[in-house]
Design a binder for this molecule. Structure first.
Ligand code: PLP
Length: 378
C-alpha cells in the first residue's frame, strides 16, 4: 500500500477513531433546525414567501458585512440570475476557470453566453491574474469577435482566489467580476469575507457544502440597484400591486422557499463552529502529511483563512492518484479526484480557451479530496 494511503487510513481509524464508511462530506444538524422547521410548518409559510427568507437574508448580510443578500433556489440559479442581472447576454463570453464544478460553466451557458476558460495558479487553485493580464493585454475585452462580459472566479475547495490581482486586471479592461463563492462561505481573503470581494458574490447551500439548506443559494452585493434588480428578476418580474398579476419582463422563479430558509437560519448559527472544526481537521491533515513522500497537503495561502470545505492532497501524478483512490476507497474511506476540467467535458469542450491550461491539467492529474466533514473532529 502507498504511504499516502496508509497515513490517511491511520489518521481516520486510529487518531480520529472513526469507524465504518467515511463519506467525503456530510452535513450536521445539531442546532435549532427542528425548532425552526416546526415553526415554519406550523405557520403554513413553506413556499417562496415567508418570514424565514428575510431573516435568513438579513443574517447572511450581517455575517458577511454585506449590504444586501438575496436567497435563491440553488447556487446555479443564483449564478445565472446574477450574470443576467449584470448584463451578460447571448453571444457574450464570460471568463472562468476550467477547474470547477460544472455549475459555474452551466450558469454562463444558461445566460446564453459561452465560458472562456483561463488557467489557474497552482497554490490557490483559482484563476491566475498574471496569465489573465497577459491575455487581456493582448486581446482587450473582446475575443474571437465576441464581447467579454464578465469574469467569474471560483474559490476552489474554499481556498480564496487572488481577488485583488483579478480585480485589478479586470478593472483595467472594464470587465465586471462576480465571485463564485459557492464553496467558500466562511473563508477570508486578506481579512475580507469571500463573496464580498467583487460586484456580487454567490454561495451554494447544497447538501455537500459547509452549511446546507437542502438545496439553496444566495447572492450578496453592496450595490443597491443590482440588489433591487436581482430581487425583481428572481420573483418573475412581478410588479407590486395588492391583487393584480403583471410582469414587466420575462424573468425567473428563483426565490428560495421559506422551508429551506428556516433550515438555513439554524445552520448559519452554527457556521463559526463548522469552520473552527474544519480548520482543526485541516491542521491534522497538514501535520500527518507534512513529511509524506510524494504527497503535499494543499494548505491555505499565507495571510488568508480558508473555511477548509474540502481538504486536498497533491500526489505525484495520475498513476499515484488512481492508486490512492483505489486503496482508500477499498478501506471504506471516500476519496475522489478533482472535477474533470470543463474543457474536457462533453458539455463544454467546444468553449474557447484564453491560453493553454497546463496548471489545470496538472491539478486534475494530481489532486485528490479527502474526507472533510466537520463532525470528524470534536
Ligand atoms: C464551484 C461551484 N459553483 C456552483 C455550484 C452550484 O451550486 P448548486 O449545487 O447549489 O446549484 C457549486 C456546488 O454545487 C460549486 O461547487
Amino acid at each position: 500500500m502507498r504511504e499516502s494511503s496508509r497515513r490517511l487510513i491511520a489518521l481516520i481509524r486510529e487518531e480520529l477513531r472513526l469507524e465504518g464508511d467515511i463519506p467525503l462530506h456530510s452535513p450536521e444538524f445539531k442546532g435549532r433546525e427542528w425548532e425552526y422547521l416546526k415553526e415554519c410548518l406550523d405557520s403554513g409559510w413553506v413556499s417562496s414567501a415567508g418570514p424565514d427568507i428575510a431573516r435568513f437574508e438579513e443574517a447572511m448580510a450581517t455575517k458577511l458585512s454585506a449590504r444586501f443578500a438575496l436567497a435563491a433556489v440553488n447556487g446555479t440559479a443564483a449564478l445565472h440570475l446574477t450574470l443576467h442581472a449584470i448584463g451578460v447576454r447571448p453571444g457574450d463570453l464570460v471568463i472562468c476557470p476550467s477547474l470547477t464544478f460544472v455549475a459555474t460553466a452551466n450558469a454562463i451557458a444558461h445566460a446564453g453566453a459561452t465560458p472562456l476558460f483561463a488557467d489557474i495558479e497552482p497554490r490557490r487553485l483559482g484563476l491566475d491574474p498574471a496569465r489573465l493580464a497577459e491575455f487581456l493585454r493582448a486581446n482587450g475585452p473582446r475575443f474571437q469577435g465576441k464581447r467579454i462580459a464578465a469574469c467569474l472566479p471560483v474559490h476552489v475547495f474554499g481556498i480564496p482566489a487572488d481577488m485583488d490581482g483579478l480585480a485589478k486586471v479586470c478593472a483595467a479592461h472594464g470587465v465586471p467580476v462576480v465571485e463564485d463563492a459557492s464553496e467558500a462561505l466562511g473563508s477570508n481573503y486578506r481579512g475580507r469575507a469571500c463573496g464580498t470581494l467583487a460586484r456580487a458574490g454567490v454561495f451554494s447551500f447544497n447538501g455537500n457544502k459547509i452549511m446546507t439548506t437542502g438545496g439553496g443559494g444566495m447572492v450578496v452585493t453592496d450595490d443597491e440597484s443590482l440588489a433591487k434588480r436581482l430581487r425583481h428578476l428572481a420573483t418573475t418580474a412581478r410588479l407590486p400591486h395588492p391583487w393584480l398579476f403583471d410582469h414587466d419582463e420575462v424573468a425567473f422563479n428563483y426565490r428560495m422557499p421559506n422551508l429551506n430558509a428556516a433550515l438555513g437560519r439554524a445552520q448559519l448559527e452554527r457556521l463559526d463552529d463548522f469552520v473552527a472544526r474544519k480548520r482543526r481537521l485541516a491542521a491534522l491533515y497538514g501535520q500527518r502529511f507534512a513529511d509524506c513522500p510524494g504527497t503535499e497537503f494543499v494548505a491555505e495561502p499565507a495571510g488568508d483563512a480558508s473555511n477548509c470545505w474540502f481538504n486536498a492532497l497533491r500526489l505525484e501524478d495520475a498513476g499515484a492518484r488512481d492508486a490512492f483512490l483505489a486503496e482508500t476507497n477499498a478501506a471504506r474511506i471516500q476519496t475522489r479526484p478533482c472535477w474533470q476540467p470543463m474543457h474536457r467535458t462533453g458539455a463544454h469542450k467546444g468553449a474557447p480557451r484564453a491560453h493553454d491550461l497546463t496548471e489545470t491539467e496538472s491539478a486534475f492529474a494530481r489532486l485528490v479530496n479527502v474526507p472533510s466533514s466537520a463532525w470528524m473532529v470534536a
